[in-house]
Ligand binder design. Sequence first.
Ligand code: PLP
Length: 423
Amino acid sequence: MAPSYFYFENNNDCDIIVYNMIDIKKIKNDFPLLNKQINSKPIIYFDSACMSLKPRQVIEAMNEYYYEYPACAGRSSHRLGELVTNKVKEVRQIVAKFINANSEKEIVFVRNTTEAINLLANSLNFKENDIILTTDKEHNSNLIPWQALVNKKGIKHLIVKSRDDGTFDFESYRKLVKGVTLVSMVHTSNLDGMTIPAKEIIKIAHENGSLVFLDAAQSAPHKKIDVKDLDVDFLAFSCHKMLGPTGTGIFYAKYGLLEKLDPFLVGGDTVEYSTYESHKMLEAPEKFEAGLQNYAGIIGIGEAVKYLEAIGFDNIKEQELKLNSFITEELNKLSKIKIIGSADSALRSGIISFYIKETDMHQIALMLDEMSNIMIRSGQHCVHSWFNDKKIKNSARVSLYFYNTMEEAEKFISCINKIIKIL
Ligand SMILES: Cc1ncc(COP(=O)(O)O)c(C=O)c1O
């Protein structure tokens, strides 16, 4: 049976049921926060790029773990332990299928994208003069670990500057990629929502003998990731940005590469046995998951992926595009407002990041919250380097997801119009 959150449309001509539209009202019932009010007004949550909301299916699965079988995986052989071990295995398989990995052995559970990048930076055995190539729009999580290696190991860090319209500059990339050890790039930017043409970038990198890591923190929640089709070597995303429990993420690596990495966290659960002098490491992925894990979180990831797959990425994209186009068009009517990135909303996923010259955008965010419980993020969104380079103080960022509605977008625009008049 199709999930309850789809509309059914009978096509009388050929009696085929089409369920390609999502019923936002039914979806909203799955998200507890969207049924709450502050000061008798609903909450408009436009901050999903930071943290997505969680459907009750995810929350209930986690609660079930705590109520029914709160044991460890991979250690105890009693039936509760067995149950957790099997659930963790099942979620690893679900995630592998979700990103079309070759096998669940390529999936490492981590706390977030940041941890995955640190794992890579500290496990790849970089040497002096190795080169890392990033874009100019990296989140601090894909910048600071490399800057730390510049200081610690003497590696080099190069940057491909984006074009003025925010698109990827292949000409400059082709020149810079020669001799690079690792191309490490943000797939979809949390700054402007723009996605790099990853498949072509990866092909060129491989032709030059470079490995590639993709930061999929903002792409995995919004579009189908196919690691085989991309031929990407390493990839990471945070499940808390895609309906999953807070503090859960995934690190993917091609198995041959994962086997060669040296874990930077070691201890319990990473070894087959130890003596007073030595030990034998487990194989990947287990050797990367030191100590007891966040089992409730892992179980929640499984439910989040199932929920996303039932909604479908085509439906997610359609809803985000509809709202993004409307908001973009309305903001463009206000001459004071400048949107970061492409003028084409279709290139900006669910993100509209905007600023007003000489205005502290934190003020705007606070006013939106005060006026109508509209939750957006303001600041430099952990991409300080880009703001400092461009000498822009900060921006206000609306980040949409499929549970947002046109009424919410209209409310936001009406509040922005009022704020602009006050300013
Ligand atoms: C593009 C991008 N990369 C990395 C991160 C870091 O994610 P986390 O804080 O979950 O590690 C974020 C978080 O906003 C992000 O947007």
